[in-house]
Write a protein of this length. Structure first.
Length: 61
């Protein structure tokens, strides 16, 4: 499920609103250890895409 989530997020990364929406859905479905993996991946992925960094707030909820 983690790999599927990464694929979806990569595909919608052109639109920050859609990215946040898909991230929210993913956080509800993933297991706790997958959320940790996703967090690590997101920190690296959004480094090059500052417009998506606003969505990282969702992880801390």
């Amino acid at each position: 499920m983690f790999d599927y989530t990464k694929t979806i997020l990569e595909r919608v990364s052109f639109d920050p609103m859609l990215f946040c929406k898909e991230l929210e859905k993913a956080l509800k479905m993933l297991l706790p250890y997958e959320v940790e993996q996703l967090t690590d991946w997101l920190l690296g992925y959004t480094k090059e895409k500052p417009e998506l960094r606003q969505c990282l707030v969702l992880i801390n909820k």
